[in-house]
Design a protein around this ligand. Structure first.
Ligand SMILES: [Zn+2]
Length: 487
């Protein structure tokens, strides 16, 4: 259903560049200052044209020109400085990674840069290259301008890790862009089952019958109207040797969100086939961690359903009972994400993970608060807040924290049930949604909740060239790789 096709990458010594020059149709290079161009191929031409065209050399600036050789090789130059963070490097590298038709071989270099600056620049270029792997498309005629091979001139990287991360992100995006008529709940579950078999993960599926037996009334309120294979997928990756406590990854997988009887207007419904992105990010993260042989057990829970409209649809003012016994007063049927996640989180925390991370395109309020460049993050361990921001900075997938202050919960007080699903006013809905979810986290594991406001950003974001970003895989990998992060 999805394939990950990327160029072959080879790391080479800078001294070998001169002999290879004639083989490239595109050379992308990152430098700090105009003087660094003295170390670049076609140095004279680059410096002359830079001056002639009056290009202002400043961090983030890009200069594109053509070499006077037989291919008319594209020379894509980007300027960096010491103050640039990973996100800024990726934004720059992405602009240097647009290939023209017929490109077969490219070179990536950072002339004049040394040590960690050189590594950061080259890593950004390789990440942007891998992010170009084409997504599924149903266009009859389609051109993909992606080289078959790339030579990176600089010290070798852990290419396996970069590829695993890129593959995980690609998996998340590829599933997200598939239309609902190809990736409805039943198709999605089937695809995940196949992926689990290929990767040796244990696969369990709690279908609607089993969820009913468990008493998962919050989940089933959403799926009642359409028998289309909804349920909770539970995947388990077991390491050869577990060195750390188990981690649970949970994702919202609403394959289409009409809003339910509180029907969305057209402008807000369009694009709602991507309302399963949270589950795809959880799956992509599991894939990347498993490929890198993570030394801890990972349980991945995908809450797969559709928020459809029909005679059996759940309605405002209904009271339903979640799997942990909590009664919920339904207020707005478009707040279905927190309903399916309530039961999924309750079931996931029964297995006593040390850490639980959930991903969901959950609220419009988070987008209003942050825009679509960063994702909102919540945690029940406020002392982790700076570490979360730092993982965002290190990965280039930036997050920003919101409070889980308990006094906000007064807004969710119900006259008839234990808790209201949400409010009609919608004020601070991202905070109320997180507080609602917190109620279903049993046994107090470290909990991190990502409200994926950056799941979609027009024109791409960081390394990602498509509007659909698959945000969360790289953030999570950076967080879990932080040696100071204990769970
Ligand atoms: Zn919704």
């Amino acid at each position: 259903m999805t394939t990950f096709k990327v160029p072959r990458v080879r790391y080479r010594k800078s001294a070998e560049l001169a002999a290879e020059l004639g083989r490239y149709q595109h050379i992308a290079l990152i430098v700090r200052k105009a003087a660094d161009l003295a170390h670049a191929p076609f140095a004279d031409i680059l410096q002359k044209r830079l001056k002639a065209q009056g290009v202002t050399v400043k961090p983030g600036a890009v200069f594109l020109t053509e070499a006077p050789d037989e291919h008319g090789t594209t020379l894509a130059v980007g300027f960096a400085d010491d103050a640039m963070d990973t996100f800024a490097y990726l934004e720059l590298a992405r602009k240097l990674s647009r290939f023209r038709p017929g490109v077969t071989r490219i070179a990536l270099l950072a002339p004049g840069l040394k040590g960690s600056a050189q590594k950061e620049a080259l890593r950004a270029l390789v990440r942007c290259l891998y992010a170009q792997a084409p997504l599924p498309s149903r266009q009859t005629v389609r051109t993909v301008n992606l080289p078959a091979a790339a030579d990176v001139y600089g010290p070798g990287e852990d290419d396996h890790a970069l590829r695993a991360a890129a593959y995980g992100n690609h998996l998340a995006r590829a599933l997200s862009v598939l239309p609902e008529n190809e990736l409805g709940p039943a198709d999605y579950v089937k695809h995940v089952k196949k992926l689990a078999a290929e990767n040796g993960w244990r696969f369990r599926f709690l279908d609607e019958r089993r969820l009913a037996a468990l008493g998962a009334g919050a989940f089933l309120a959403v799926t009642r109207t359409r028998a289309a294979g909804a349920g909770i997928v539970h995947l388990r990756y077991t390491p050869r040797k577990a060195l750390r406590p188990p981690v649970a990854l949970v994702g919202k997988g609403i394959c289409y969100d009409t809003g339910g009887v509180n029907l969305k207007p057209a402008r807000h419904m369009y694009g709602m086939h991507e309302d399963m992105m949270g589950s795809a990010v959880a799956l992509g993260t599991l894939h990347a961690l498993a490929q890198s042989h993570a030394p801890f057990r990972i349980d991945c829970y995908l809450a797969i359903a559709e928020n459809a409209i029909g005679p059996l649809s759940y309605r405002p003012n209904e009271v339903v009972r979640a799997v942990d016994g909590t009664t919920i007063e339904v207020v707005h049927t478009d707040a279905e994400g927190r309903m399916v996640l309530a039961d999924t989180l309750a079931l996931a925390t029964r297995e006593r993970p040390g850490l639980i991370i959930d991903y969901a395109t959950l609220t419009g309020a988070c987008v209003y608060a942050l825009g679509t460049r960063m994702t909102g993050v919540f945690t029940n361990r406020p002392e982790l807040t700076l570490r979360l921001i730092e993982a965002g900075r290190a990965s280039g997938e930036r997050v920003w924290p919101f409070p889980l202050a308990e006094d906000y919960e007064a807004d969710l007080k119900s006259d008839i049930a234990d808790i209201k699903q949400c409010t009609l006013e919608g004020e601070a809905d991202h905070i109320l949604a997180a507080l609602f979810l917190k109620r279903f986290i049993a046994h107090d594991p470290t909990w991190i909740h990502l409200d994926l406001s950056a799941g979609r950003h027009k024109g791409g974001l960081g390394a990602i060239p498509t509007d659909t970003t698959g945000f969360g895989v790289d953030f999570t990998l950076a967080l879990l790789a932080d040696p100071a992060f204990a769970w």
